[in-house]
Design a protein around this ligand. Structure first.
Ligand code: TRP
Length: 341
């Protein structure tokens, strides 16, 4: 039997090349080897965006479009919309008994986010507890592996602790997941900042048009020490060359450009023109898949419907086991439903 993997995204806007390099490419690869679940974590998104539910709801379909465009195949990967799977919420409630308040507040990622979001003294309880609901996400699907970036490691650690505590108290019930650290580096932003990020406004989106790519690449930062094309240039860490390395499959062209750049024999204009072409080639098959799905919006509903159905089935089985372990698998209502037949 194939091992099961689970990943998740908060629906909070469209995906960009940084997401592709950092996780989507990996998921496209993993879906052949593994039984893959991808969770659209709208309930988790609401823990910090509860004042803006429209943004969250509208992002759900965008996310499905981005997934399919990127090469996720719904016949291989199950896309599950979190809010439509009530077992996850029930499991969260039970797991809250397995962690101390101090332990959740010590989670380094949560701590950093609380700081960054400026919650101050009024941290919403739901937000502070989201790692517990993430443990429910992971265990509800009996995931063996969770591919994550560094920042999500504390969530997996927390999940493992909850699983061990639960199994220790009530007997072997839950599957303990391992993390699969993604070896993919962060993609620098167009402005050379460490990370491509929507809030920094330095992104190329998977849904960008040919013209947008052209405009954005032409605005990219290059080597700040190089004032004219005849100056000797630096290639390492230079965003245009980082992108050439990531998206231009023509290695010979890239090596030639690097060589001439180092020797002051090529201008930014040529380097960028070739990058525009490379990024647009890279995005072209995605544009095709997106256009197909956009022309057939019922298909998006169908993908979501199928994923929810499968997600409910799998997670309800886990929920039954958990309730049994916790001695709350009463059958009062079963009797009633028999009577009314
Ligand atoms: N916390 C993850 C993020 O912000 C999203 C997420 C929700 C997730 N549930 C998950 C990731 C389960 C992995 C497994 O990116």
């Amino acid at each position: 039997m194939k091992k099961r993997i689970l990943t998740g995204d908060r629906p909070s806007g469209k995906l960009h090349l940084g997401h592709f390099v950092g996780s989507l490419a990996n998921r496209v690869k993993l879906q052949d080897e593994y039984d893959q679940y991808i969770l659209i974590a709208d309930v988790q998104a609401l823990t910090d965006s509860y004042e803006n539910p429209t943004k969250v709801a509208d992002s759900v379909r965008d996310l499905v479009l981005d997934y399919i465009a990127a090469g996720i195949d719904p016949s291989k990967s199950t896309i599950v919309l979190q809010s439509q799977v009530p077992a996850i919420a029930e499991l969260t409630i039970f797991y809250l008994n397995m962690v101390s308040l101090n332990r959740v507040l010590r989670n380094p990622t949560v701590k950093a986010e609380i700081e960054q979001k400026g919650f101050g003294d009024s941290v919403p309880a739901g937000f502070a507890m989201y790692p517990v609901s993430q443990a429910a996400d992971i265990t509800a699907f009996e995931a063996n592996l969770v591919p994550v970036g560094e920042d999500q490691l504390p969530m997996i650690e927390q999940t493992r602790e909850i699983v061990r505590k639960f199994n220790g108290l009530y007997g072997q019930t839950l599957v303990e997941p391992d993390s699969l650290i993604s070896e993919f580096p962060r993609l620098v932003g167009l402005d050379g900042k460490a990370k491509m990020s929507k809030s920094l406004g330095n992104c190329i989106y998977l849904s960008d048009s040919v013209e947008e790519v052209d405009r954005k690449v032409k605005s990219m930062y290059t080597d700040p020490t190089r004032l004219k094309p005849t100056d000797l240039g630096h290639v390492e860490g230079n965003p245009v060359f980082v992108y050439h390395d990531a998206f231009n499959p023509n290695r010979q062209e890239v090596e030639d450009l690097k060589n001439r750049y180092r020797h002051g024999q090529v201008g930014d204009v040529e380097v960028k023109q070739k990058l525009v072409a490379a990024v647009n080639n890279f995005l072209e098959p995605m544009r095709k898949r997106r256009a197909e799905l956009e022309a057939n919006p019922d298909k998006i509903d169908e993908i979501l419907r199928n994923g929810i159905e499968k997600g409910r089935t799998v997670s309800n089985e886990v929920l039954m086991k958990v309730k049994k372990a916790m001695k709350i698998d009463y059958d009062f209502m079963e009797y009633k439903s028999k009577e009314s037949r």
